[in-house]
Design a protein around this ligand. Structure first.
Ligand code: THU
Length: 267
């Protein structure tokens, strides 16, 4: 029997979110924030705030957590706890998001509309997968293509898949997750980097991108800034439509990128 009251669960989710807030990448504002999603089976998906110097400037904690959830195909979210009081922008984002709808449950928590019994929170989901033993660039780009099948693309029907390779051999996937408010869309690359920040997995050596439907596609300016802030030494491999795969160094993709003092302080 689940003896926890909704309030206990809200407190537990809030505490978990506070721990993950410390993982935020916030060199510009120092505002550490996170939220945590509770899934139907009690597992948890956190999301931390990730700033960058290019529009849209911030990946909000909630968009980051939803991005991780959508990429993993874990969309059965029943509650959300925040480490901070969600802003009006967060509320508007939640109201219109394809993974919703959610209603306010407390000051810093939401629950899925019509849900009454919440499961006891248990383990935080691992977003990584292991690199297969017969690993190759071709295989990495194919996996990124499979990842793109989870894209949430009601607005554009334009799937993108990203796969980050970590130095320790693990992989972090990301898909683009769209929102009716176009400014709130999260690209595949930023989504995967957002997951890497939340989980503290930033030793990224390669970024594999697959855009199956368009051989003219290329990482957008904001994603280039995110990549150069978080993985300046990484290589980006791109598989686009029927074109041959191409590679570029992250710092080559955005000549003259923003690199102000904020990026060099220890925060
Ligand atoms: N998109 C990405 O996922 N990555 C990029 O670098 C460029 C654009 C997505 C955003 C939106 O969901 C769709 O592609 C069309 O712009």
């Amino acid at each position: 029997m689940n003896e926890s009251s909704p309030n206990d669960i809200e407190v537990a989710l809030g505490q978990c979110a506070e721990e993950y807030a410390e993982r935020s990448y916030v060199p510009y504002s120092s505002r550490q924030r996170a939220c945590v999603l509770l899934l139907e089976d009690g597992s948890l998906i956190p999301g931390a705030r990730v700033e960058n110097a290019s529009f849209s400037l911030t990946l909000p904690a909630i968009a980051n957590a939803f991005g991780t959830a959508a990429t993993l195909g874990k969309t059965n979210i029943v509650a959300i706890g925040f480490s901070f009081q969600p802003s009006k922008a967060d509320l508007a984002f939640l109201q219109a998001h394809p993974l919703g709808p959610f209603i306010e449950a407390g000051d810093r928590s939401f629950k899925r509309n019509l849900i009454t019994n919440l499961p006891e929170p248990n383990q935080v989901l691992d977003p990584t997968q292991l690199k297969p033993s017969d690993w190759s660039t071709r295989m990495a780009l194919e996996i990124a293509g499979t990842v793109s099948e989870r894209a949430v693309i009601r607005e554009s029907n334009f799937p993108v898949g990203a796969l980050l390779e970590l130095a320790d051999g693990r992989l972090i996937p990301g898909v683009n997750v769209e929102h009716p408010d176009w400014k709130q869309i999260v690209c595949a690359e930023t989504n995967a980097f957002g997951t890497a920040v939340t989980y503290g997995l930033l030793d990224i050596v390669n970024v594999f991108l697959n855009c199956p439907t368009d051989d003219q596609a290329s990482p957008c300016g904001a994603c280039r800034q995110v990549m150069v802030e978080l993985a300046p030494q990484a290589t980006v491999w791109m598989d686009r439509g029927n074109r041959d795969a191409e590679q570029a160094d992250v710092d080559e993709l955005l000549p003259g990128y923003f690199s102000g003092k904020a990026l060099h302080r220890n925060n």
